[in-house]
Design a protein around this ligand. Structure first.
Ligand code: 6XA
Ligand code: ZN
Length: 349
């Protein structure tokens, strides 16, 4: 299975994350990737390729123009405004306020385009986000050209990013870009399977009214887990997309027996949908030792989950999302990929 990876992820390394009322070292940090690379090397995933440059047309087709302009220019505007720290959103257009009037001031603008405050923007964030997105696009291209599967080693992650908001460590929705690349190739119906601990609100939002892209997710119940305000079971899609969103929220303490039943439910729905291609939002923060999550999966469970996904036999792109039990992130990620390769008949390269 070819891996798409760019060193440019390092350009995004914020020093602070607002957590529990303190600025802590961000959970989403560059070293996460080192552990994944190390395990990939140990387990014979030697085919690592630099992604092609981002396809701007596809990025602009997916995202709001004002949002992209904000991401590209935010750091310079922040510095020009005399701020010396990192960009952390603190004011939001909340209930009954004006979302039709983006402010001029960069601090206001940051809140206008943010969905949460833990995620800082720094000098290299835009370039890193572009490189991450290009990994997803290139991986989808590789699979669309006939490879059975590919792994986009994306950092920063993407599944919380909507067409016009960043947050939850995400800036550009890598999985959505991969799905759109599949749609542009021969795939008429594409499914996104999100197994990250957190609900992929961004991916859901992007495809909510679309009948051609299915979104299925198993995640921590919104009553108890970030992103709190989406991911309920009664979110099922809208208009032509009615029935193409499926959420399985689960409570604190959930272990593999219940979690894997949810995965089976999602896979059954994907089969029923008749997806020609699959994008997996591969977060491994459902791990029992993850510091910010509350499921109880073991490393072996991730391998079994991979086997189940492989048995679908669909051309598949995996995009890395979350996972913060730093040393185990590599093992758990590679376990999913290996499990997949064990059962997928398409997984020829
Ligand atoms: C912020 C938690 C952000 C979680 C981000 C994540 N308190 N998403 O892992 O998948
Ligand atoms: Zn997550």
């Amino acid at each position: 299975m070819r891996v798409f990876f760019s060193e440019k992820h390092r350009l995004h390394f914020p020093q602070g994350e607002l957590s529990g009322g303190e600025l802590v070292t961000p959970y989403e940090r560059p070293s996460r990737v080192e552990y994944v690379l190390r395990r990939l090397a140990e387990r014979d995933f030697a085919d690592i390729e630099e992604p092609s440059p981002i396809d701007r047309a596809e990025l602009h087709a997916l995202c709001d123009a004002g949002y992209l302009h904000f991401l590209e220019t935010a750091w310079d505007a922040w510095v020009a405004a005399g701020h010396s720290g990192e960009i952390i959103a603190s004011s939001y257009p909340a209930r009954r306020m004006r979302i039709d009037r983006p402010p001029r001031d960069i601090e206001g603008l940051a809140g206008y385009f943010a969905l949460a405050s833990e995620t800082a923007i720094t000098r290299g964030t835009w370039e890193a986000a572009l490189s991450s997105a290009s990994c997803a696009q290139s991986a989808a291209n590789h699979v669309a050209n006939g490879a059975g599967s590919a792994f986009a080693l994306c950092r920063p992650p993407g599944h919380h990013a909507t067409a016009d908001m960043f947050g939850g460590y995400c800036f550009l929705n890598n999985a959505a870009l991969a799905a759109e690349r599949f749609r542009k190739s021969r795939a008429e119906r594409v499914a996104v399977l999100d197994i990250d601990f957190h609900h992929g609100n961004g991916t859901q939002d992007i495809f909510y009214s679309r009948g051609d892209v299915f979104f299925g997710s198993v995640h921590g119940a919104p009553e108890d887990a970030f992103p709190y305000y989406s991911g309920f079971a009664d979110e099922t899609g809208d208009g032509p997309g009615e029935g193409t969103t499926l959420n399985v929220p689960l409570p604190p303490g959930t272990g593999y027996p219940i979690w894997s039943e949810a995965l089976d439910t999602l896979l059954l729905a994907l089969r029923g949908f008749g997806a020609d291609a699959l994008v997996v939002s591969l977060g491994v923060d459902a791990f029992k030792e993850d510091p910010i999550s509350f499921f109880k999966l073991t490393s072996d469970d991730f391998k079994d989950a991979g086997r189940k996904i492989g048995a679908l036999d669909r051309p598949t792109v995996f995009c890395l999302e979350g996972g913060y039990a730093i040393e185990a992130v590599g093992l758990n990620t590679v376990n999913v990929l290996e499990g997949f390769l064990e059962t997928s008949h398409l997984a020829i390269s």
